[in-house]
Design a protein around this ligand. Structure first.
Ligand code: SAM
Length: 253
């Protein structure tokens, strides 16, 4: 599966390409990106496109050739370097298709550095299509103008994730059983948010997570949120308090 951006684009079309970009280089695209540029947008030679590679940043490209199945672009100039990404991981139990796609899309837009599915005792989804999730993440990054993609991990069991937990990373454990309000718990520095599945965590899991010294149990208020709502609410609060939402953004042209 290859990502294709939402249509119609508000400004120049913007695409992720999985190859390092540099000024003067030629990039050849086929498959879905080529189809999007040549057949959906019907771009002609000379048209401008923004490209990013998750390595060097964002570049302005110009269409050289637009065949039905293959498009060639010349890289003109760098527009932006690769951005620094707020150091927030989102650990989440896999949930149903549709909801997990939404979660990945929104977490990417909100700016997380890493998406880490964790399998818990009450996780009901037994197979995760990582390729589909990656496509959703790329489409979201294209749309929201990220120049860096979040890492997307293969699922690991919760106990394994806890066993290898980095010493310097706080684990903000969204515990529907209670905790301090997230807004009061956020500190600068590396962090992760842990969200459970539809059925919540088992008592043994809650005890194991709480036993980790890096854990801070947090509450997301008096109502029980769906897992996807909880994830996006928590990431938003963290981004506002410790992420890059505190930085003034210059007026966009
Ligand atoms: N079945 C669980 C119950 O009834 O207690 C609810 C699980 S909830 C749908 C899914 C996950 O979202 C939880 O495991 C937790 O991580 C998070 N969550 C939902 N509401 C929350 C809240 N008010 N405070 C903290 N975490 C919450």
């Amino acid at each position: 599966m290859v990502a294709t951006p939402a249509w119609p684009p508000a400004s120049l079309p913007r695409l992720y390409v999985d190859q390092p970009l540099s000024g003067g280089a030629t990039v050849t695209l086929d498959g879905a990106p080529a189809n999007y540029l040549a057949n959906v947008l019907r771009l002609q030679p000379g048209a401008r496109v923004k490209l990013f590679d998750d390595r060097t940043g964002e570049w302005l490209g110009q269409l050289d050739q637009a065949g039905r199945k293959r498009v060639t672009l010349r890289i003109l100039e760098q527009l932006r370097p690769r951005e620094p990404v707020p150091d927030l991981w989102l650990l989440f139990a896999p949930i149903k298709r549709g909801r997990i796609d939404w979660l990945v899309e929104k977490a990417t837009e909100l700016g997380v550095a890493r998406l880490a599915p964790v399998v818990t005792g009450r996780t009901v989804v037994d197979r995760l299509n990582l390729e589909r999730l990656r496509v959703h993440s790329i489409e979201a990054a294209e749309q929201c103008e990220r120049t860096a993609l979040p890492l997307l991990d293969a699922p690991v069991a919760l106990d394994k994730a806890l066993a290898g937990w980095p010493e310097d990373r706080r684990l903000l454990f969204a515990d529907e059983g209670g905790g301090v309000p997230l807004a009061a718990a956020v500190r600068p520095g590396p962090a992760a948010i842990l969200i459970g599945p539809e059925g919540g965590f088992t008592d043994a899991e809650r005890a194991a997570v709480r036993a980790l010294p890096q854990t801070q149990p947090i509450s997301l208020g008096p109502r029980i949120l769906r897992a996807d709502t909880a994830a996006i609410a928590a990431v938003s609060l963290w981004m506002a308090a410790a992420g890059d939402w505190g930085v003034a953004v210059p007026q966009r042209s």
